[in-house]
Design a protein around this ligand. Structure first.
Ligand SMILES: Nc1nc2c(ncn2[C@@H]2O[C@H](COP(=O)(O)OP(=O)(O)OP(=O)(O)O)[C@@H](O)[C@H]2O)c(=O)[nH]1
Length: 581
């Protein structure tokens, strides 16, 4: 080997070592290698091209990075380099919202993984696949990759990253718990490995868990103690998430002023032009704070932003889930196509042999060809059918089988448009189960789940086929009743209230189950779903405040504007169905 090839080898190795830790040195080496002053072998040129692509991606030029990475994957015969390029490309495609391409590259990546032995490259590939699977809601697959990372990792940095990936899966799938001793250990491991980014991402999961379990002070203490290191990471995703969690902790502890400050920080530190969960939650909190303080105009403004951010976030979630299913279908279809073609080939060979014999054989060939066509038609039908099944699944709530929140909003808006055109009345009912936390705390989460299902079934027995029923959140449901007037809704909602109140009895549970109802009607609120939701939410708030297990119909006669209604809220007479009957 000539000395210049050795020199090239040395520089390529150095560049790889400082990829993310010393960006200035990394660009200087690339400049030297790109200048052409050092001759490179074909293999080295491809490695340089990968590093150039990595640099483009780091700067945010995702489109050009993908083009370069594709050419490395096509041209290189080195599995390690190809796997590295595929991992970076999956990451870049995910960040550019090109999910279908991301999943099809992920398939290539998983096919290649067994051929590669280089440990850092393998760990990078497993990390990328786990994170993408988590985003698409495929938690079992994600957990498998994370476990494999934990198993193969050897340095403290490897273990820290593997732990983070594992805890991210648990956090997103709702199975994260601080009771698990490995959680605190994971933070310590990342701190010792000098990985503050991952240590703090895990801390944000811990704080989120504490808030969900009423431990607001603990969450505030944890977040405060690490606020400075979080700022020093300069990583907007983490900073925004930290602020949002802090805001919820303050709100939970009753400090609305600090909650508002932190929520505003979460909004301003959020990634621009992207709808994320922290952004949606921060807007929701700002809406609740303004609402509590009676600042109706500001509350309305935040509610609008919350709805937009929430819808955007939910859309991106279902886009990811659909992309995963679509690519899975495409891979399956390709395999079946290959199988069908192989069959066709064999039949053609048969035909050649047979045609030599006699005319009868020709007939046989036609029959066989027809059966191949029938086979292909059958496969096409099956693929179409499973695609439709997956589309349906993406619209339903996994536990109760009714519409999920996003599909409820889409269907309710469509139905309201129809009612507006044909000047028909409609009513919106919001249902929130009362003291549901007690059911979970007393009987456990699985009984809680069963009660949710029974409550939904009980309501369904009183709904018509045109009514739109959806689960809007944990124990909150929405029903749009088309062709239902203010006069009629009182009786219908009372049926639903009684149905829910009888759930515990039928399930022989030793706890009372009931629901509070907030109702709004197009006669008062118009046909805008947002307005109907705000009014029903207000009525629900009153139902909760005046004793629960009751329905309250929004009363617009208390003033045209919502603000006036709010001012007169204290002691305002309400139409209370429960009391009327
Ligand atoms: N079992 C089960 N519980 C859930 C689910 N989603 C949310 N929850 C629980 O629902 C409870 C909601 O509690 P809160 O928001 O405090 O309300 P609540 O106890 O119903 O009290 P009020 O609404 O004020 O009457 C929490 O304990 C959640 O953990 C779910 O899918 N299954």
């Amino acid at each position: 080997q000539s000395p210049s090839v050795d020199r090239a080898e040395q520089l390529l190795g150095q560049a790889r070592a400082v990829e993310t830790s010393d960006v200035a040195r990394f660009s200087a080496i690339l400049q030297q290698l790109n200048s052409g002053s050092i001759p490179l072998s074909h293999e080295q040129q491809l490695r340089l091209r990968y590093l150039n692509a990595f640099q483009l991606a780091y700067k945010g030029d995702n489109k050009d990075a993908v083009l370069l990475l594709d050419s490395v994957i096509d041209e290189s015969s080195n599995p390690t380099l190809r796997l590295r390029a595929l991992s970076t490309e999956v990451n870049v495609l995910g960040l550019s919202f090109r999910y279908e391409e991301a999943f099809s590259k992920l398939n290539q990546l998983l096919d290649l993984l067994p051929q590669v032995t280089d440990k850092p490259t393998r760990l990078q590939a497993m990390g990328v696949s786990s994170l993408l699977y988590t985003e698409a809601g495929q938690y079992d697959l994600a957990a498998n990759s994370a476990d494999q990372m934990l198993y193969e990792g050897s340095t403290p940095g490897d273990t820290c990253r593997a732990n983070y990936v594992k805890l991210f899966v648990l956090h997103k799938s709702g199975k994260f718990s601080t009771l698990d001793p490995e959680v605190r250990q994971a933070v310590g491991i990342c701190v010792r490995a000098k990985e503050p980014l991952f240590a703090n991402l895990i801390r944000s999961f811990i704080a989120d868990y504490e808030i969900r379990h009423g431990q607001f002070k603990e969450a505030i203490t944890l977040l405060h103690a690490n606020a400075r290191t979080v700022r020093n990471t300069h990583y907007p995703r983490l900073i925004s998430e930290f602020n949002e969690v802090l805001a919820r902790a303050y709100w939970g502890s009753g400090d609305a002023t600090r909650a508002q400050e932190a929520a505003l920080d979460a909004v301003s530190s959020a990634i621009k032009n992207e709808y994320t969960e922290p952004l949606a939650l921060a807007y929701k909190l700002l809406y609740q704070i303004e609402k509590q303080q009676g600042n109706f105009a500001a509350a309305l403004d935040y509610h609008e932003k919350y709805m937009a951010a929430d819808k955007g976030y939910l859309n991106s979630l279902s886009t990811k889930a659909l992309a995963y299913q679509t690519v899975k279908q495409q891979v399956l279809a390709k395999k079946l196509q290959v199988a069908a073609l192989n069959k066709e080939n064999r039949i053609l060979q048969l035909q050649q042999a047979l045609s030599k014999k006699d005319v009868e054989a020709g007939r046989l060939w036609i029959i066989l060809l027809l059966s191949v066509l029938a086979f292909i038609a059958f496969l096409t039908y099956r693929i179409k059918r499973s695609q439709l099944k997956f589309m349906r699944l993406a619209r339903r709530d996994g536990l109760t089988g009714i519409y999920n929140r996003q599909h409820f909003v889409t269907e309710a808006e469509r139905q309201l448009q129809y009612c507006r055109k044909s000047t028909r009345d409609a009513c919106l009912v919001l249902i929130d189960l009362d003291h549901f936390k007690v059911v979970n705390d007393t009987f456990g989460h699985s009984t809680g789940d069963r009660v949710l299902k029974r409550a939904v079934e009980a309501c369904q027995a009183h709904l018509r086929s045109t009514d739109i029923f959806g689960r809007l959140g944990g124990e909150e449901f929405g029903i749009l009743l088309p062709e239902c007037s203010l006069e009629q809704v009182v009786g219908r909602v009372e049926q639903l209230r009684l149905a829910i109140a009888s759930v515990a009895e039928r399930d022989t549970l030793d706890v009372s189950v009931s629901g509070s109802f907030g109702v709004s009607a197009t006669e008062q609120s118009g046909y805008d779903l947002r307005e109907l939701l705000i009014h029903a939410d207000d009525a629900l708030y009153q139902a909760k405040n005046t004793g629960r297990n009751r329905a309250v119909v929004f009363d617009a006669s208390k003033g045209d504007s919502h603000e006036e209604m709010r001012k007169s809220r204290a002691g305002a007479p309400v139409v209370d169905i429960a009391d009327q009957v």
